[in-house]
Design a protein around this ligand. Structure first.
Ligand SMILES: [Zn+2]
Length: 412
């Protein structure tokens, strides 16, 4: 990454000296995120999905998870909109505050990756193609004062509200029909307009899971979802072949399903386990059981979206594209002794520990952080003396050479 940036700068300097007006040799980067609703990893793995297979041969497949830390402050229901918003904001429910599919009081201070992207690159384009209208109007929060009046450049959604054209039948065939239209429309837009950051959401697999559980019907629904991904993938391949564009395509799901494959919402492994397919090879974090919140920093890294420091300090995910130094920060406090641990990726480097004793961020204000010292990232653990600091709650942040990890603690 660093090498590429250096070469790019050098190239521009050369251009300005020689007066050439030609395109740079570096591809324009684009991201397509796809959520296929409620497909358990076990079901996906035993179903024939040639398109997802082809994509993962180019990049990779990994089992992943969501649901925050079970039994702790960040525990997050395994419910659809909650999962989507964890992907969009890179945070768990204790921050983004979308607790169920009613989406009553989202905390828009935890900005979506779409909003960050559009604020940094107002001339680039964002798009959503979705079988559920609320994804645009409530989660992305289009045209709301709370999101700075975010505008999508392209969208296709809301068909599920048209009961004349799509009568709501028992078998959810209308959802199947809508998914197909959504995928076809998205593929056509990718081919013709090539939005820079796209979210495609398809729902049918969740309806069939609720109705039939683990069954041949569910497997057929998954094969159908795979065919729809195939339509998107064809469009992406054509763009990459015809234009100087490089895509990151990430396909995932928003929750697993409890034993039997019918229900979800709880904290069983079966409900918390998901999966991610990528068309690009990702860093070692991807092989180490990544989380849905990792998608945000990965997109930020791939599309070169600088995240303001105070916002990056709140992210619960880890970048799967750039260099990874550490993940899974945990902290405990006994008396005045703060003990922190993290997963080390065997990279040399120093981390810096910061703590704040309030949580003004959730009100849209700045937290004042106190610096507590350096740690050796290879060590995977450290102890810090917090004598003299009176507090009930604290946010502990480990600053890495790239990115941040955070963990909240409370005194008993
Ligand atoms: Zn769902």
């Amino acid at each position: 990454m660093i090498f590429r940036k250096f070469v790019f700068t050098f190239f521009l300097v050369q251009l300005s000296f020689s007066g050439f007006t030609q395109e740079t040799e570096f591809a324009t980067k684009k991201v397509v995120l796809v959520i296929l609703d409620g497909i358990p990893a076990e079901v996906l793995e035993k179903t024939d999905t040639p398109n997802l297979d082809e994509i993962s041969w180019e990049g990779g497949y990994s089992r992943a998870w969501l649901g925050g830390e079970r039994g702790k402050y960040s525990e997050t229901p395994t419910i659809s909109a909650v999962g989507y918003n964890s992907m969009l904001t890179g945070t768990w429910v204790n921050k983004h505050n979308v607790k169920d599919n009613r989406i009553q009081f989202p905390n828009y201070h935890y900005r979506t990756i779409f909003r960050h992207f559009k604020e940094v690159y107002p001339d680039k384009t964002i798009a959503i193609y979705s079988t559920w209208l609320d994804n645009r109007t409530k989660l992305l929060g289009e045209n709301l004062p709370e999101t700075g009046y975010l505008q999508l450049d392209y969208y296709f959604d809301g068909l599920e509200l048209d009961t004349l054209r799509f009568p709501h039948d028992e078998q959810s065939l209308y959802i199947h029909q809508i998914d197909k239209l959504v995928a076809d429309y998205a593929a056509k837009d990718i081919l013709e307009k090539s939005p820079d950051l796209t979210w495609v959401y398809l729902q049918y697999t969740d309806d069939i899971g609720h109705k039939y559980g683990n069954s041949s019907q569910m497997e057929e629904a998954v094969r159908e979802a795979d065919r729809q991904v195939g339509v998107l993938w064809e469009a992406i391949k054509k763009r990459q072949y015809a234009f100087n564009e490089e895509f990151l395509l990430l396909v995932t799901t928003d929750h697993g399903r409890a034993t039997g494959g019918f229900h979800h919402g709880g904290q069983s492994d079966e409900e918390r386990n998901i999966w991610i397919v990528s068309n690009q090879p990702l860093n070692p974090r991807f092989q180490k059981f990544p989380a849905i919140v990792d998608i945000f920093p990965t997109v930020a890294s791939f599309l070169d979206i600088p995240i303001p420091r105070n916002q990056a300090m709140e992210l619960d995910g880890v970048d799967m594209w750039g260099k990874v130094y550490a993940s899974d920060l945990k902290a405990t406090i006994e008396e005045d002794n703060l003990q922190i641990t993290w997963e080390s990726y065997d990279q040399s480097g120093e981390g810096r520990v910061w703590t704040t004793f309030g949580n003004q961020f959730r009100y849209g204000k700045m937290d004042q952080y106190t610096y507590f010292g350096k740690v050796d990232l290879k060590a995977g653990k450290a102890e810090l003396d917090m004598k003299g600091y009176e507090f009930k709650n604290a946010k502990v942040v480990l600053e890495l050479p790239q990115g941040f990890l955070n963990y909240w603690i409370s005194r008993p």
